[in-house]
Write a protein that binds this ligand. Structure first.
Ligand code: COA
Length: 231
């Protein structure tokens, strides 16, 4: 997700070194035509696809934005839009959501081989980052198990987990405290999250994002009968 009013986001469409590091030639032309939200659509779609790639078995490539090619479907970048990101000859479908009023853009991407999950069935939410008290570590420590606390590296990282747990507990008929979102194998803050119930990985998938004023999550939860629950 991208906070479109973040100070480091504003004016980036004029930063030619940045544009040439992030975008391929055809993407630069499109972004020049469509304006700033299109730049962040490309940025977020590439990051979303990279996160999917990292979840594939034995896959953890270094992230180079220019190795990912965005092919957005028709429509203005200020509205929900679908498209594909190409990486290594494979297409990763994505869907954007945008709030012009609140100033954010959120992209969800899926693996092509995703067991029949559709983009529409992915549960997702963008929420305001709550105010973080200076001593949030002390105040919030009790809300996390040891394993989940080890995965938390900042207040937004903690807030995104709490928000996702609160939202997912209802559909799973569990209480928020039964869920943990831990970092899988890899460095904290640079590895995919894993949803645990009762300390065991829960079928499905979860993704987190935090930027500026917002936290976001997306999830597909497959129940034991194999049905998918979005929200
Ligand atoms: C994936 C990546 C682009 C996300 O960047 P970010 O600015 O943290 O973006 P977001 O806020 O959207 O996402 C953060 C969340 O994404 C998840 N995440 C982080 N890295 C991830 C990865 N590689 N794959 C899937 N999910 C990942 C985490 O849940 C993280 O939240 P948490 O740290 O609180 O658990 C970042 O991890 C990155 O730059 N990785 C590339 C590093 C690289 O290539 N290094 C070279 C190694 S050889």
């Amino acid at each position: 997700m991208v906070d479109l009013r973040h100070p480091r986001v504003r004016g980036k469409e004029e930063d030619h070194r940045f544009l040439s590091r992030i975008l391929l030639a055809e993407e630069r032309k499109r972004v020049a035509r469509e304006g700033p939200p299109s730049l962040w659509l490309h940025w977020a779609a590439k990051e979303a696809a990279y996160k999917v790639v990292c979840k594939e078995p034995r896959s953890r490539p270094a992230f180079r934005h220019r190795s990912f090619r965005v092919e957005p479907g028709a429509g203005p970048p200020t509205q929900a839009r679908e498209g594909r990101v190409w990486y290594g000859g494979v297409a990763y479908p994505f869907q954007t959501e945008v709030s012009g009023e609140e100033g954010w853009l959120h992209v969800v991407a899926l693996a092509q081989e995703n067991g029949g999950t559709s983009l529409e069935s992915v549960g997702r939410e963008v929420a305001l980052l709550p105010d973080g008290p200076a001593d949030w570590r002390r105040l919030w420590r009790g809300r996390f198990t040891e394993a989940e606390w080890r995965s938390v590296h900042s207040f937004p990282s903690a807030a995104a987990r709490i928000r996702a747990r609160e939202a997912l507990a209802g559909p799973l008929q569990l209480s928020e405290g039964d869920l943990e979102i831990v970092t899988g194998p890899g460095p904290i803050g640079r590895a995919p999250p894993v949803l645990l119930v009762g300390g065991r990985p829960f079928p499905g998938d979860i993704s987190l994002s935090h930027h500026g004023r917002f936290v976001a999550w997306s999830a597909v939860i497959a129940d034991r009968q194999g049905a998918d629950h979005g929200r």
